[in-house]
Design a protein around this ligand. Structure first.
Ligand SMILES: Cc1cc2nc3c(=O)[nH]c(=O)nc-3n(C[C@H](O)[C@H](O)[C@H](O)COP(=O)(O)OP(=O)(O)OC[C@H]3O[C@@H](n4cnc5c(N)ncnc54)[C@H](O)[C@@H]3O)c2cc1C
Length: 313
């Protein structure tokens, strides 16, 4: 039998997890409940349902820039939020293509991260934006980089009894704000996934890119992360060095995309062979980089989300 408790505060949730060995958190339930119903996992001995914890809700814009996303923020909230769309467009791109309208209205940031699927939509956008996860547990609260939180398929470095409270995003440059001050540069980001259908699909291959342009139009910073081509979402090392100081020409972007492909270690499964995934990595990276550059220039380009019949190198 599974017991059920619905705490109203983070402190209550932490206390319940500590007092109930084997308890599992449930937020929107779109991974957990679907996993149980499909036979992938059994019901946990106890459910701690956090959907009523006010402290975990909402998107805040702290003084000094950046964003704080409560763990219960849904994909719909992310995709529709003005500051997310303007400053963290890769995240809005990713949230906008999760599942169906029902999935996006129910599934949460905390659930997506804690479920830690290698094909999770938010992983790569959060990596390129340098996001940190805020955790609360019996020993108090702590913050760690998303790159240190994601440990493998279905695995994170959360300690026993810890829950995700929020995700923190540092401020990138602002490409489009009227009268934007001169600063470290104008930034743009984008997320692209290869999908076989237009909806209710998960990534066969995905890529997120964040590009910052200097006043002279050359690249001053760049980050790329890959989805569904390793045991978890991973940032491509050395990518910034490949692009920094160069004009973001088609040739420079193609060279960076080839570098990214060299770091991918995809597996074969029912959805694609390792060879097919590997061949598509540079395509995804090229498209993500090109869209990020366009956005950094102030062109609020729509995210390129091709289905497989539009997907050729
Ligand atoms: C039809 C369908 C389509 C989908 N399509 C996509 C897709 O395109 N892309 C994609 O990435 N995902 C997709 N998903 C998966 C899912 O919707 C997302 O991962 C969603 O964000 C999960 O959030 P949730 O709140 O529903 O998680 P839950 O199911 O409530 O929880 C998932 C896991 O996280 C744990 N958890 C939840 N909240 C916390 C917390 N605050 N702290 C610590 N642990 C926590 C739970 O214990 C559980 O292990 C799809 C799911 C369905 C059913």
């Amino acid at each position: 039998m599974t017991t059920y408790a619905a705490p109203r505060t983070v402190a209550e949730a932490v206390a319940l997890l500590a007092a109930t060995p084997g308890a599992a958190l449930v937020a929107g339930g779109t991974d957990l409940v679907v996993g149980v119903r499909s036979g992938k996992q059994g019901w946990p001995g106890a459910l701690v349902a956090i959907h009523g914890v006010e402290e975990l809700c909402g998107i805040e814009e702290p003084v000094g820039g950046g964003l704080r996303l409560g763990a219960l923020v849904t994909h719909d909230e992310l995709a529709g939020h003005a500051a997310v769309r303007r400053h963290f467009a890769a995240l809005a791109d990713a949230s906008a293509i999760v599942g169906s309208p029902a999935t996006r209205g129910t599934g949460t940031v905390g659930g997506n991260l804690a479920n830690a699927s290698p094909a999770m939509e938010l992983g790569s956008p959060l990596l390129v934006h340098g996001a940190e996860v805020e955790l609360a547990g019996p020993a108090g609260t702590r913050r760690i980089a998303v790159s240190a939180f994601l440990a493998g398929p279905g695995r994170t470095t959360a300690r026993p009894g810890e829950l995700v409270v929020a995700v923190h995003l540092p401020a990138p440059g602002d490409p489009g704000a009227p009268g934007a001050p001169a600063g470290p540069g104008a930034a743009g980001s984008a997320y692209v996934r290869l999908q076989y259908r237009r909806a209710m699909e998960i990534a066969v291959v995905g890529a997120a890119a964040l590009v910052t342009l200097a006043d002279d139009g050359t690249v001053s910073a760049a980050r790329v992360a890959l989805t569904a081509v390793a045991s978890t979402c991973v940032e491509v090392p050395g990518l910034a060095a490949a692009l920094a100081g160069r004009a973001p020409t088609d040739e420079a972007i193609a060279a960076a995309a080839a570098l990214a492909a060299a770091t991918a270690t995809p597996i074969s499964d029912v959805r694609a062979s390792d060879a097919y995934r590997l061949a598509q990595v540079p395509v995804a990276v090229r498209r993500a980089l090109a869209a990020a550059v366009a956005r950094a220039r102030g062109d609020h380009a729509a995210a390129p989300i091709p289905s497989s019949n539009q997907w050729s190198p």
